[in-house]
Design a protein around this ligand. Structure first.
Ligand SMILES: [Zn+2]
Length: 417
């Protein structure tokens, strides 16, 4: 890798110029494009409306599984999970049979764009809503030189200069720590971004939110519109400060329930136990994380490990026959089709349709915490995300060629003009 601070950086096989103004990527978690359309139509996003007319508004594809971490790390590295290694929140350690959280930076296989810019002398600011992403996104940054900050809204009152590049971010920014399940957790991220633009003046900034609102409210619903109206106010400020800005998402969001409001779930572990016997197959849901309240650990992507003696072809044809199952692929097929790391997925990958989710066993999902009919993601039906820039870009491809992880490739170019 050659990093010439005059001409730009090169990382993971792609080149990025040095920005002359701040290059900002904003990842709106769970931003199905219809949320923005509905809020613009309701007259609540004047700046976004202007950007749609004078900037660039395209659609891009996110990576599969359409989950938060794989996509945030794709945006941060400019490459799919086959390159960076993060393909979900959990993997099964084949040695121990234990489910291991993939939040630890040791699972990240390549440097981020942030680290590479940092090493070339740039100033970096990263603000996340939840803390689960912070360590991965901040991997490789040095926080003792006054040129990097990386912290979460969730843990903003316990940040230190040594670990996050800022002492008590909550106090420094005069922002109270919001509840982890709230729209305010994302508002904190936007507010911090505006403040840091003025005070810290980073070269590269990344703002990434939480999909609390999108899990609860459909496009055009009052809470959703209020969220996007709030976002537009901060977008107005960031735009006025001269930043080159790209707005994209980690994944979309779809209703995953029946007409009566109950979740439409295929309990895959139960299906496989019944057909092949207990402990012959092990279903892993990579959506599972410590924050399950709003989705009950139910998404549209699962992977299954099969014991010896269980015939994959038989399982595949059985699963394909289940209503609500969209795609069943072998490990090799899935790795190639969705650019996944083969050593971190099971023998099969299963994806469900737009309004259906995949569970393990019925008794392992607590659905009583779901306060509203389930909305979730993970599948192909949540792959289309917005790709919006406050600069006009000529010859920008559209989905499916355009990917959300092209964000810094384009915003750095716009910021270098
Ligand atoms: Zn997400």
């Amino acid at each position: 890798m050659s990093n010439d601070s005059q001409t730009g950086i090169s990382v993971n096989g792609r080149s990025y110029p040095m920005p002359k103004v701040t290059a900002v990527a904003i990842c709106i978690d769970g931003c199905e494009p219809a949320y923005i359309d509905a809020a613009i139509d309701a007259g609540l996003m004047p700046t976004m409306k202007r950007i749609r007319e004078t900037g660039t508004m395209h659609m891009a594809h996110c990576v599969i599984p359409s989950f938060t971490n794989p996509n945030n790390l794709s945006i941060a590295t400019g490459r799919p999970p086959s390159v960076h290694g993060i393909c979900g929140n959990f993997l099964l350690d084949p040695e121990t049979g234990e489910e291991v959280m993939m939040n630890d930076p040791r699972f990240l296989r390549v440097p981020t764009i942030f680290k590479t810019y940092y090493d070339a002398g740039s100033k970096i600011a990263i603000v996340t809503a939840k803390d689960k992403l912070r360590a991965l996104l901040g991997e490789g940054l040095k926080f003792d030189e006054g040129r990097a900050m990386c912290f979460s809204a969730e843990k903003s009152d316990t940040t230190t200069m040594a670990e996050h590049g800022i002492d008590n971010a909550s106090e420094a920014l005069n922002l109270e720590v919001p509840d982890v399940y709230s729209a305010e957790l994302s508002e904190f991220v936007f507010n911090a971004g505006v403040q840091l633009m003025k005070s810290f003046q980073p070269d590269i900034m990344y703002l990434t939110t939480t999909d609390y609102v999108q899990h609860k409210s459909a496009p055009g619903a009052p809470q959703a519109n209020a969220f996007y109206e709030m976002f537009d106010r901060y977008l107005t400020e960031l735009d006025a400060l001269g930043a080159a800005i790209i707005i994209t998402a980690d994944h979309g969001m779809k209703p995953k329930h029946k007409a009566d409001g109950t979740p439409d779930v295929i309990y895959l572990q139960d299906v496989l136990d019944e057909a092949y016997g207990a402990e012959k197959a092990r279903v892993i849901l990579p959506i599972t994380d410590p924050y399950v309240v709003h989705h009950g650990a139910l998404g549209s992507f699962a992977t299954a490990y099969l014991s010896e003696g269980v015939d994959a072809d038989t399982v595949i044809s059985q699963l394909k026959g289940i209503q609500g199952v969209d795609v069943v692929l072998t490990k090799a097929q899935a790795a190639e089709t969705y650019e996944l790391p083969e050593d971190r997925i099971g023998d099969l990958v299963i994806i469900s349709t737009e309004n259906t989710v995949l569970g393990t066993s019925r008794d392992r999902h607590d659905l009583t915490a779901l306060e509203v009919p389930l909305r979730s993601h993970g599948g192909l039906s949540e792959q289309v995300v917005p790709f919006i820039m406050n600069r006009r870009v000529e010859n920008l491809p559209e989905a499916p060629e355009l990917r959300n992880f092209d964000a810094y490739y384009y915003v750095a170019q716009a910021a270098a003009l």
